[in-house]
Design a protein around this ligand. Structure first.
Ligand SMILES: C[S@@+](CC[C@H](N)C(=O)[O-])C[C@H]1O[C@@H](n2cnc3c(N)ncnc32)[C@H](O)[C@@H]1O
Length: 222
């Protein structure tokens, strides 16, 4: 994604990272493009706090924004000015088709003409490709179930440790109110559904620029 951003937008891009979590994508953009700036948006108070503490403001180049991407008005929380690139990684599958359609219009409104939107996620094969779908999922399971490094926590152990951390009591309570149900994925559209919504939102070119099975990066140019 960083390579595509620098190829398309040069080495000083202003980037927006949607569902940034602790900032893993922004961190890579800022490390690889030393004149880049990023704005990260997320609605999880714990991940925002971990990111703002661990990564911080990167000498004024990283800004953290607490906002719900499902809301109509989340863009009002952004600092002013258009972006050269909008990125997102494994975050937008939380949104339904209708929410995505609105989000893609809002994203187009945040980009300057010629700016690029890169969405990295599990962008599903269609129902009709039953065999390839099953194979892609089997490969993903095989690749993600491996031996754990010594001392590494599981996903659920990590969240349990966070819930016991006295420094994060306020964020834990707020998180429980904002996300009352454990995430099991929404009926998010397949790749064609994403691409159709991007075009309907005004993006003029939409193509997959990287893929491994259903893990794909979908690029859209405003
Ligand atoms: C799997 S994490 C990915 C985080 C980061 N992009 C990465 O690649 O490491 C999904 C992120 O989407 C965020 N998210 C889910 N629903 C959201 C919403 N409605 N508004 C903002 N962020 C949301 C979650 O809080 C979480 O940080």
């Amino acid at each position: 994604m960083v390579d595509w951003i620098s190829t398309l937008e040069g080495r000083r891009p202003r980037c927006l990272d949607l569902g940034c979590g602790t900032g893993s994508v922004s961190e890579r953009i800022l490390a690889n493009l030393p004149a880049a700036r990023c704005v990260g948006v997320d609605y999880d108070p714990i991940l925002l706090r971990v990111g703002a503490t661990a990564l911080g403001s990167v000498r004024g180049r990283m800004t953290w924004v607490d906002a719900d991407l499902r809301s109509r008005a989340w863009t009002r929380r952004l600092p002013r000015g258009k972006f050269d690139a909008v990125v997102s990684s494994t975050a937008l599958h939380w949104l339904t088709g209708a929410e995505l359609q609105r989000l893609y219009r809002q994203v187009a409104g945040q980009l300057r003409p010629g700016g690029v939107f890169l969405n990295a996620d599990q962008l599903r094969f269609p129902e009709s490709s039953r065999t390839l779908r099953a194979a892609a999922r089997a490969r993903r399971r095989r690749d993600t179930v491996g031996p754990r490094p010594a001392g590494a926590l599981t996903w659920s152990d990590w969240w349990e440790a966070i819930a016991r951390d006295p420094a994060l009591v306020t964020e834990s309570a707020l998180r429980a109110r904002r996300f009352p149900h454990e995430h099991h994925g929404t009926p998010t559209p397949d790749l064609a559904g994403h691409a159709t919504r991007m075009r309907a939102a005004g993006f003029r070119e939409v193509e997959v620029v990287w893929a491994d099975g259903e893990s794909r990066v979908l690029a859209a140019v405003r």
